[in-house]
Design a protein around this ligand. Structure first.
Ligand SMILES: [Zn+2]
Length: 98
């Protein structure tokens, strides 16, 4: 794996598991600026080409996916109630959904 953020040194955040063979394919949409303030509650390691963030906006949660290549492409999942959003976050980390 190439290192995209060498300044991180030895520190790494969470690396999501590889997708399982029967993983759920999520619908990723273009980001729409719907609210003024989004809080990032958790994120995966930025050394990876695709990084995921668990974002909170008011009482709703969604996942933001950032793909770094020549350009940076950002998409987001549907917005979910807190319990469903946390469940989706875990499913992404476990490779059950992407
Ligand atoms: Zn890493």
């Amino acid at each position: 794996m190439t290192t995209l953020a060498p300044h991180l040194g030895a520190y790494h955040g969470v690396h999501p598991a590889a997708p399982q063979t029967d993983y759920e394919r999520l619908v990723w949409r273009d980001c729409a600026p719907r609210v003024d303030r989004i809080r990032i509650r958790e994120h995966t390691c930025v050394c990876q080409r695709i990084a995921y963030e668990l974002c909170q906006a008011g009482g709703l949660l969604f996942i933001r996916r950032t793909y770094r290549s020549d350009a940076v492409l950002t998409h987001e999942s549907e917005w979910l109630r807190a319990a469903d959003g946390k469940r989706l976050w875990l499913r992404i980390l476990l490779g059950q959904a992407r």
